[in-house]
Ligand binder design. Structure first.
Ligand code: URA
Length: 210
């Protein structure tokens, strides 16, 4: 079963992504753009969240008005670059609960190794949105979703800024049930597992560590 991929090709998203890709873009600007673009991605990702009607009084009349249904959504950030997307998504989902998964890429094997895991209780009643800017080899995304599935959330979606055919294939080979939302599918991975043309190392660009 092939997995679902949603490419958010809205002009505002594409414009901001192009600014982020440029090597001339400063750390501060990159950080602001990631926050802004994440709000726009989040808007699309939340499109099918269930709503329920509640009675309210407007200044003019009573009405039944829709609000988000069920327990609060959980945003699960893959550390460390996931925090850039998390910040933007929290602006539009301010009551969301937050989970963290710490993974590092073993430089020799490129396998994802877990060093931190904490998610809210009652995951069985919650919709989870996993965030990481780059879905490259897919190793971290697969490991994060493997781990998250142990807590059986009601649903899981994966949100990234950029991905590539190799990453999507690897991810959906393991998790065909998890839809991916992305601003672009780039050409390929290079020999160092960077996305081409990509935007470089998302964590370094976000935190100014290089
Ligand atoms: N992680 C990044 O930060 N950038 C890439 O291109 C691939 C993985």
């Amino acid at each position: 079963m092939a997995g679902t991929v949603h490419v958010i090709d809205h002009p505002l998203v594409q414009h901001k992504l192009s600014l982020m890709r440029s090597r001339e873009t400063s750390t501060g600007t990159f950080r602001n753009l990631l926050r802004e673009i994440s709000m726009l991605l989040g808007y699309e990702v939340c499109r099918d969240l269930p709503t329920t009607l509640v009675p309210i009084d407007t200044p003019i009349a009573p009405m039944m008005a829709p609000i988000l249904d069920g327990k609060k959504t959980v945003l699960v950030s893959i550390m460390r670059a996931g925090s850039g997307i998390l910040d933007g998504m929290l602006e539009i989902l301010p009551s969301a609960r937050v989970g963290h998964i710490g993974l590092y890429r073993d430089p020799k094997t490129l396998v994802a190794v877990e060093y931190y895991y904490r998610v809210p209780d009652n995951m069985g009643d919650r919709d989870a949105i996993v965030v990481d800017p780059m879905l490259a080899t897919g190793n971290s995304a697969v490991a994060a979703v493997d781990r998250l599935k142990e807590s059986s959330p009601r649903s899981i979606k994966f949100v990234c800024l950029l991905t590539c055919p190799e990453g999507l294939a690897a991810f959906h080979a393991q998790h065909p049930d998890v839809p991916v939302y992305t601003a672009a599918i780039d050409e390929r991975l290079n020999e160092k597992s960077y996305i081409v043309p990509g935007l470089g190392d998302a964590g370094d660009r976000l935190f100014g560590t290089k």
